[in-house]
Write a new protein. Structure first.
Length: 86
């Protein structure tokens, strides 16, 4: 679901990067997105980083902010261990 989000980012998003924690995984995913292409790298972090972090760089970000935030929220896992939206 997260990779689908990266593939569907608007063309105005030139760069995105961050680290994502997936449910039921000990490893974190470091992601890099540049001009329509993305790369995922799995890393083992010590120190208990629990929250995901991401930065998006591009043109007219306010126009796309709601859509990107909704897509990220759809990737979140709810209390029952399932994605929030599909």
């Amino acid at each position: 679901m997260f990779e689908r989000l990266l593939r569907r980012l608007p063309a105005d998003i030139l760069r995105a990067k961050g680290i994502v924690r997936f449910a039921d995984r000990d490893w974190h995913c470091l992601f890099n997105f540049t001009c329509g292409r993305h790369e995922l790298t799995w890393v083992k972090l010590e120190g208990g980083m629990e929250e995901s972090q991401a930065v998006f760089i591009g043109r007219d970000l306010r126009r796309h902010q709601g859509r990107i935030e909704a897509a990220l929220a759809a990737c979140e896992v709810g209390p029952e261990g399932k994605a929030q939206h599909g």
